[in-house]
Design a binder for this molecule. Structure first.
Ligand SMILES: Nc1ncnc2c1ncn2[C@@H]1O[C@H](COP(=O)(O)OP(=O)(O)O)[C@@H](O)[C@H]1O
Ligand SMILES: [Mg+2]
Length: 161
C-alpha cells in the first residue's frame, strides 16, 4: 500500500480469491466488482455477454471515485494490459497512484474451486463456474503480468499467494 488514497487493481483468475482478499481489507463501497456490475445490468454475475456494459459502468464508477481521491479497489480478473491501461489512465488523470495486487493462487486450486461451483440456474445460460479453459487462460495471463506491471505504470506490485 502507499501512504494515502490509491487505486488498487486486483489481478487474478476466477477462483483465485480476489473478492475474499478485498472484502477482508476494504469497505464495501471501496470495492468495484465487475461481477456485481454484470449482475446489475444482466441479473447474472457470470453473463459474459454483459461484460461490455458492465465495464463501461465500472470505468465510470472508478472515474467518479478517483475524482474524489477515494481509495478504490477494482475486483476483476484484469489480465489484459489494455484493460489495465484504461484504469491507469483514469488514475493518472486524477493524480492518484495505482498499485497492482496479483492474487497468484495455483492453477490447480483455482480449477478446483470452479469445479465446486454450481452450473447455470434454470433459464440462465451462464453458471457460477467459469470453464477450465478460461481459468487456464486467465492464470497464464496473471503469471505473465508479473513481468510487465511495473513498466505499465503501477507504482507498486504486490504478489499474494
Ligand atoms: N485465502 C483463502 N484461503 C482459503 N480459501 C479461500 C481464500 N480466498 C478465497 N478462498 C475461497 O476460494 C473461493 C474463491 O474466492 P473468491 O474470493 O470468490 O475468488 P475470486 O473473486 O478471485 O473469483 C471462495 O470459495 C473462497 O471462500
Ligand atoms: Mg470474485
Amino acid at each position: 500500500m502507499t501512504a494515502g488514497p490509491e487505486l488498487v487493481v486486483l489481478v487474478g483468475p476466477a477462483g483465485a480469491g480476489k473478492s475474499t482478499w478485498a472484502a477482508a481489507r476494504y469497505r464495501t463501497s471501496q470495492v468495484v466488482s465487475l461481477g456485481a456490475l454484470r449482475e446489475v445490468v444482466a441479473d447474472d454475475e457470470n453473463d459474459q455477454d454483459a461484460t461490455a456494459d458492465a465495464v463501461a459502468l465500472l470505468l465510470a464508477i472508478v472515474d467518479a471515485r478517483l475524482s474524489r481521491q477515494l481509495t478504490t479497489v477494482v475486483d476483476a480478473t484484469n489480465g489484459v494490459a489494455a484493460e489495465r491501461a484504461e484504469l491507469l489512465a483514469i488514475a493518472a488523470r486524477h493524480q492518484m497512484p495505482a498499485i497492482a495486487v496479483v492474487i497468484d493462487t495455483t492453477l490447480d486450486r483455482c480449477l478446483d474451486r470452479q469445479r465446486q461451483r454450481p452450473g447455470p440456474l434454470p433459464g440462465r445460460r451462464w453458471g457460477r463456474a467459469v470453464p477450465d479453459s478460461v481459468v487456464r487462460n486467465q492464470h497464464q495471463r496473471t503469471v505473465a503480468s508479473l513481468d510487465t506491471l511495473t513498466a505499465e505504470g503501477f507504482v507498486q506490485v504486490r504478489r499474494v499467494d
